[in-house]
Design a protein around this ligand. Structure first.
Ligand code: ADP
Ligand code: X2W
Length: 304
């Protein structure tokens, strides 16, 4: 693709910007050579201006020497198409129960329209983005995920069938290293491939966490539509230990989509990622605020 035409700027305007840029540069070198996995949630994608800023920020990370990898969701967009087709959808612990028809729609939406929309946005911002799903070069090998529930009457633990919901069991990151060396920004749809060739629908947070751990990422950022993890009083919690995150799931403070987010962050930091952060994709330049400022943004899940 040809690079977008660069706008022109007057000498005076440029001098003002250059001053700010040269002052900001030392802070921006902080992630030089580091891998940052950014999960871009379906809810965070709604606003075109914020989407354009998101793409600019990803390109900026690349330009200051980091290797950004985007893993995207698209839950609301899958939901809309299912509604139009009058296919009912149910969530258990934040996971969409996925039958054969739902799997087909989820793959079309994730690997098709959404993946290409994000690729185009990043390319428009001047990056070299390339779209992949977990099927490309067997990037995400998955197997069937299950959840259990304790029956309150019998007190017996029952297995719940989620259909074609997958969980990653092996990441083959070679393609991501090759793309890094070639200067590309990967944009990954959370679709997995089973050993038997079955297609699996993977929660995008889970997919991002598995990629971050396999790539030894420095940061995993989960962009969503809330300020971060909120406590019972609905206040933002800036930092959470792994044990506190586990307790929040057990006592119900975290519910729905927050459950896979916290599970992902816990797995990522235990798996060696330095910091995993849940942050508000509705805030302008949320990624840059988190990456470059001392206090960061959102909720940081750490090992302590
Ligand atoms: N303790 C909590 N703090 C913040 N959000 C929570 C909490 N518990 C449940 N949630 C829900 O989790 C949602 C985020 O998950 P989800 O809808 O899956 O986002 P995304 O599409 O960005 O992945 C929030 O919008 C909120 O409704
Ligand atoms: C198994 C499962 O729940 N898969 C998700 C995949 C997309 C996703 O996770 O999108 P968000 O991050 O925007 O919610 C789904 O079908 O909605």
């Amino acid at each position: 693709m040809t690079a977008p035409a660069a706008p022109t700027i007057s000498r005076e305007e440029w001098l003002a910007k250059a001053q700010t840029l040269s002052e900001a540069l030392p802070y921006m070198r902080r992630y030089d050579g580091k891998i940052i996995v950014v999960k871009y949630g379906g809810h965070a994608m709604g606003n075109p201006e914020l989407a354009r800023q998101f793409a600019n920020d990803i390109v900026l990370l690349k330009q200051v020497g980091a290797y950004p990898i985007v893993v995207h969701g698209g839950g609301p967009q899958i939901g809309k198409l299912l509604d139009r087709l009058q296919i009912k959808s149910e969530f258990i612990d934040g996971l969409r129960v996925t039958d054969k028809d739902t799997m087909e729609i989820a793959e079309m939406v994730l690997s098709g329209s959404i993946n290409k929309e994000i690729v185009a946005l990043i390319n428009d911002a001047g990056g070299d983005a390339i779209g992949l799903s977990g099927k490309d070069d067997d990037l995400i090998e998955a197997r069937k995920a299950t959840r259990t529930r304790r029956d309150p009457d019998s007190n017996i633990e029952k297995v719940i069938d989620l259909g074609f919901v997958g969980e990653p069991f092996r990441i083959n990151p070679q393609i991501l290293h090759k793309l890094r060396n070639a200067g590309f920004i990967p944009v990954i749809a959370p679709i997995g491939i089973g050993e038997d060739g079955q297609t699996y629908n993977i929660n995008a947070d889970t997919a991002a966490g598995a990629i971050a751990a396999a790539m030894d990422a420095t940061r995993l950022l989960l962009l969503t539509d809330v300020a971060g993890f909120l406590n019972k009083e609905k206040e933002l919690v800036p930092g959470l230990s792994v044990s506190a995150a586990r307790a929040a799931i057990a006592d119900g403070t975290a519910s729905g989509g927050m459950i896979p987010k916290l599970e992902t962050c816990m797995d990522a930091v235990v798996g060696g990622v330095e910091g995993a952060v849940i942050l508000d994709g509705r805030v302008p330049h949320a990624i840059l605020l988190e990456i470059f400022t001392e206090g960061g943004a959102g909720t940081l899940i750490g090992t302590k």
